[in-house]
Design a protein around this ligand. Structure first.
Ligand code: NAP
Length: 302
């Protein structure tokens, strides 16, 4: 299958290119060839390359910077996915897109007051510019009338690119003590596993005898994270433990959990980023590793 894959210099795009490239023809333009801020460029590129599927992990992902760069974030996260979706609709092909836990405000609770995992149908209410632009991107895709899969994920990391895991590994080498937020909850999700799960779904699509029917059955929004949840501090504790086990760290620095109020950031973040992954498992039969298992797998690939 001829797949247009965006964002190959990013974490998820990098893993998808490696994995899907083994079986498919991948058109993988970088920003210099396909600038998502340029709507004409997007239309012309899709029309010239005539893909059979578009997979779109590229995004404006600088959550704090987006607060003061809202116009560009909106162009890339909201307008560009809408244009890709319109082009997909014209070509009669499907679009796989990625969105975020930050479409929610993090206030969802069970009746006993404990944090509840968000379902796809739960009320969205983003707290920051990044979340608002990503939500607008979802809405533009749905409004286009194309066949789509939108995978909302959370806390993405990899040994490639820029992310929390690599930042913590660097800081752990530089410092004797780390202070990390312990009152925001979510599922750290490796780009490697996201790529695996997406590849399994692409395989289901390509082996179906009736692709149009397949899309009709599956089009929609799905939560795609690893299983379980932790805080950023809990994630760090496991990173440090496993990094030492895998020979990436000689010594483990001290670790103290702090409230978010002691680590103010330009963009507000939801306290509760937990996403219910039942629908993904049910529709696609994807087996989801715990976040600890996915982290161990990622670190073993260094
Ligand atoms: N990272 C997370 O924690 C997280 C959490 C929830 C959801 N997500 C979503 O998951 C998806 C993948 O995220 P990620 O962490 O893999 O992203 P990432 O590593 O930040 O990569 C973003 C990619 O988008 C590209 N891009 C940005 N602006 C562009 C432009 N104007 N034209 C062309 N390309 C452009 C970047 O290219 P350059 O290298 O040229 O900048 C890069 O390849 C995104 O949709 C993101 O919103 C991420």
């Amino acid at each position: 299958m001829k797949i247009l894959l965006t964002g190959v210099t990013g974490q998820l795009g990098h893993h998808l290119q490696r994995q899907l490239g083994q079986q498919h023809e991948i058109i993988a333009p970088q920003r210099t060839t396909l600038d998502l801020a340029d709507t004409d460029n997007i239309r012309e590129f899709v029309r010239a390359t005539q893909p059979q599927l578009i997979i779109h992990p590229a995004a404006y992902t600088a959550v704090d910077k987006a607060e003061t760069d809202a116009a560009l974030a909106h162009q890339i996260n909201a307008v560009a996915p809408g244009i890709l979706a319109n082009e997909a609709k014209k070509l009669g092909i499907g679009l796989i897109h990625y969105s975020t836990d930050y479409v929610f405000d993090g206030t969802l609770r069970n009746t006993d007051g404990s944090l509840s995992a968000y379902r796809e149908s739960d009320r969205v209410n983003p707290l920051n510019v990044y979340g608002k632009t990503k939500l607008a991107g979802e809405q533009a895709i749905i409004a286009s009338g194309c066949e789509y899969l939108i995978f909302r994920t959370s806390w993405v990391y990899s040994l490639f690119g820029k992310n929390f895991l690599l930042t913590m590994l660097r800081l752990a080498k530089e410092r004797d003590a780390l202070r990390v937020v312990n009152d925001q909850w979510g599922a750290p999700t490796s780009a490697g596993w996201l790529s695996d799960a997406t590849s399994q779904i692409v395989k289901q699509l390509t082996s179906s005898t009736d692709a149009a029917h397949w899309w009709k059955q599956h089009t929609g929004i799905y939560h795609m994270t690893t299983a379980g949840h932790t805080s950023w501090c809990g994630f760090t504790e496991e990173i440090l433990r496993l990094a030492q086990e895998h020979g990436l760290l000689e010594r483990i620095p001290g670790l103290t959990g702090i409230p978010s109020s002691e680590y103010p950031t330009p963009a507000a973040r939801p306290v509760n980023s937990r996403l219910d992954i039942g629908l993904l498992e049910q529709h696609f039969g994807i087996s989801t590793p715990s976040w600890q298992t996915a982290l161990a797998r990622c670190l073993s690939e260094h």
